[in-house]
Design a protein around this ligand. Structure first.
Ligand SMILES: [Zn+2]
Length: 290
């Protein structure tokens, strides 16, 4: 949900369409923060970014609306796998700010795409991610939020499209008990995991369990996919309107293992031809399946 007009507005917008959880950006997802620090001049911890009024109003709106599980999504520019040392450090700085900002708002998790190895080998990319997560762990105070590594579609050189890669990242980090995983249905499907037939869904979840452990799955992104299974192209679609259809969502929203795990829509906003909000339509589709 958009934070235009104030952070609390994202919570209000979620409540308006009937959501009981909310995902938001706490900063501009398409630009590095102005104060992204030069590592050489970096000496003190970053300043608090939100005033007491913003923090208080955000908390009050959650309480008033009953919306729970606020979660934040990090900037798209962050690449913790980058072989370019400047960009890698800038990514760590930006991620540090993301986790501190979320912590100020009492948001427990920030979703981050693990990163793309670009011109380096995938092994080098994996190492960079692990080193970045270790560095963040060192820098962050206890009150900061924790990283959720999101499953990716495996587009280009993006890492984290195989569950085993996520498992390797988590296992590589020295102190990993604060880290978790966010499973995006569209990405998992585009990465090649079958989900429609019940036995395929169960096999996919078994593989996830074996590679990362279901207790590490702290959130789901529920999106249908415009592209086919195994396409490795990330294009979200409305629930039931894409290549996935409704069956995978039926399995997921009825899986008792995830009944306490928050699930967030990341489908396109706007209205259908009849003027109904897509958020409401997608929510209704999911609730009807449950
Ligand atoms: Zn997602």
């Amino acid at each position: 949900m958009s934070i235009a007009g104030g952070l609390f507005r994202a919570v209000e917008r979620a409540a308006e369409v009937g959501c009981d959880c909310v995902q938001l950006f706490t900063g501009n997802p398409r630009s590095f923060p102005k104060h992204a620090r030069d590592p050489k001049t970096r000496s003190t911890a970053p300043q608090r970014l939100f005033g007491d009024d913003q923090v208080g109003r955000f908390a009050a709106t959650l309480a008033e609306t009953g919306v729970e599980h606020p979660i934040s999504h990090s900037s798209y520019l962050i690449n913790l796998a980058s072989p370019d040392p400047q960009l890698w450090l800038k990514s760590i700085d930006t991620m540090e700010d993301e986790l501190r900002r979320a912590g100020e708002l009492d948001i427990p998790y920030v979703v981050v795409h693990p990163g793309a190895h670009t011109t380096a080998s995938s092994e080098a990319g994996m190492e960079n991610i692990v080193r970045a997560l270790d560095e963040l762990e060192k820098r962050l105070p206890d009150e900061a939020a924790h990283c959720l590594l999101e499953t990716t579609a495996g587009q280009g050189t993006c890492l984290g499209w195989q569950f085993e890669q996520l498992g390797e990242m988590l296992n590589g980090v020295r102190c990993n008990d604060r880290l978790g995983v966010c499973v995006d249905t569209c990405h998992v499907f585009a990465a090649g995991y079958e989900l429609a037939e019940r036995r395929d869904y169960l096999a996919t979840i078994r593989r996830l369990d074996k590679a990362v452990g279901l207790e590490r799955v702290k959130a789901f992104h529920l999106n249908d996919s415009k592209t086919e299974c195994g396409s490795r192209v990330d294009r979200h679609d409305h629930i039931g309107f894409g290549e996935m259809g409704v069956e995978p969502f039926r399995h997921l929203v009825n899986d008792r293992r995830f009944r306490k795990t928050p699930m967030y829509l990341e489908t396109r906003k706007g209205e259908d031809e009849s003027g109904e909000l897509w958020d409401k339509i997608n929510l209704q589709t999911l609730r009807d399946l449950a």
